[in-house]
Design a protein around this ligand. Structure first.
Ligand code: ADP
Ligand code: ASP
Ligand code: MG
Length: 450
């Protein structure tokens, strides 16, 4: 069995959808499909929540109209069977009417409950999956929409391993039933009410993770992530136009890359696949014949110590120095507890004898954190920073690699703020000013890949 996930970039255009149908048709008949929302829809839905909270009724109506138009126009151009088209249009109208109701509830609530936000988010994948099922029917392919919204039993308060194992089992049961009836299951990449909310617990790009859970539950022979590039590349092709496709990468290296900004896959999506030993392929919907990147548990040692370079912008550095000359017992624990309590995940840490630098992405609670830290430390905030990360097997222990990196950056006139000490064997990570991030990635790519 093969699990195929199609991203927003594949679902977002008529050319993409036509290619998706060809790919599904040309795969053996026991495949299972997972879809993301049409490109741009999730971002619009998130803006709708903000507009609802701010009471901006006109903006709300305008965005809903845009979402409706995009889906109805696509349905009309791709679904030729009149009764199927009617069903799909009815579904789109119904879902968007219900969306209005959720948004009104958000408008009147004092605080945004995570499950209300989730229900808004779910609309994107519900619409795209129904649309694809309609298009597949028109193409003569038997398919069934799988709405995963209520597939996980309630009663879980933590999105932990036990929760996800239950999710995997439930998904597999639903999928097997449909596959037995010789239909292609087309599931929403939004996979139900996750404790804490989908955005906080999993984050954007959750459809990748959903597909990996389904692949693990079904013990699939492979998981294919179909997107708009022909694989994981040595750098983001939008930054480095001559970046090269990586033929084969390890689960760990891919997760590391995803975590530090290579948004081609979701960082957590790798874990269910790793646990189940399922190979993952990243493939290009628009160039299906291209080989793609294979992600597996073990990869033989490669000649180049650097596999890929990535960057993550919008980073804030919190520099914290102890009032005493040296950090006393329990100091770090006290400090990190404050970040944990505010649910802020730390991307990079570096420490010296008297200070700690912490790189974070989420600055929503930074003023509260600063106030708490100031009770026992000196605190200095630096905004508009970026993390640059080089990933490769054993890279950390390569002799002279740090020298080569910093000489290259020095020659390009880029100053480095902070170097991470504690991260894995697989990466060398440092901070630069955000405006220098692309230049740093380009200079390092030229150094290590030409
Ligand atoms: P999808 O809609 O299919 O989920 P995404 O936008 O999430 O697609 O991911 C694909 C994009 O990831 C590519 O268009 C590319 O610009 C970006 N990307 C960032 N870093 C990398 C990388 N190292 N290799 C390939 N693509 C990358
Ligand atoms: N549509 C969602 C997002 O944009 C999920 C996904 O693409 O995987 O984050
Ligand atoms: Mg994605």
């Amino acid at each position: 069995m093969i699990v195929q996930k199609f991203g927003g970039t594949s679902m977002g255009s008529q050319a993409g959808l036509a290619a998706v149908v060809d790919i599904i048709r040309s795969t053996r008949d026991d495949n299972a499909v997972v879809v993301s929302a049409m490109a741009g829809t999730t971002a619009k839905l998130l803006r709708l929540i903000d507009n609802a909270l701010a009471g901006k009724a006109v903006a709300l109506a305008r965005s809903i109209k845009q979402i409706k138009k995009q889906h109805i126009d696509t349905a009309r151009s791709q679904i030729h069977d009149v009764s199927e088209l009617q069903k799909v249009e009815l579904y789109i109208h119904e879902r968007l009417d219900r969306l209005q109701i959720f948004l009104s509830a958000i408008r009147t609530a004092d605080e945004l409950a995570p499950d209300l936000a989730d229900r808004v988010l779910a609309v994107g994948e519900r619409l795209s999956s129904r649309l694809l099922v309609g298009i597949l029917h028109t193409a003569g392919i038997a398919a069934e929409q799988v709405d995963l919204e209520t597939s996980i039993p309630s009663g879980y308060s933590l999105a932990d391993q036990r929760f996800y194992l239950t999710a995997e089992k439930n998904f597999a049961r639903i999928f097997r039933k449909i596959i037995k009836q010789k239909k292609v299951p087309v599931a929403t990449g939004y996979f139900g009410r996750v404790p804490g909310g989908m955005l906080a617990s999993v984050g954007r790009g959750y459809s990748d993770f959903c597909a990996a859970l389904i692949a693990a539950g079904l013990q699939a022979e492979r998981l294919e992530i179909w997107t708009d590039v022909s694989g994981i590349m040595t750098a983001d092709p939008r930054t480095v136009s001559h970046a090269k496709i990586i033929d084969h990468i390890s689960f760990e290296a891919a997760a590391e890359l995803a975590h530090f900004g290579a948004k081609v896959i979701h960082p957590q999506s790798i874990h269910p696949a790793t646990r189940a030993g399922i190979p993952v392929w990243i493939k290009n919907t628009f160039r299906a014949a291209d080989r793609g990147t294979e992600v597996t548990a073990i990869v033989k040692k490669l000649k180049n110590p650097v596999t890929a370079i990535t960057s993550k912008k919008g980073i804030t550095i919190v520099n914290i120095a102890s009032y005493r000359m040296l950090m006393q017992y329990g100091y770090l624990a006290r400090l990190f507890e404050i970040f944990a309590r505010h649910k802020i995940s730390i991307d990079v840490v570096s420490t010296s004898e008297v200070s700690v630098s912490v790189a974070i992405e989420d600055i929503k609670h930074v003023s509260k954190i600063t106030a708490e830290l100031k009770q026992f430390s000196k605190v200095c905030i630096k905004k508009n920073k970026a993390i640059v990360c080089l990933v490769g097997m054993g890279i950390k222990h390569m002799k002279g690699i740090a020298g080569e990196i910093f000489t290259t950056l020095g020659r390009a006139g880029i100053s480095v703020d902070q170097i991470s000490q504690g991260a894995s064997e697989l990466n060398v990570t440092f901070i630069v000013n955000e405006k220098d991030a692309d230049k740093a990635v380009l200079a390092l790519h030229t150094k290590f890949f030409t």
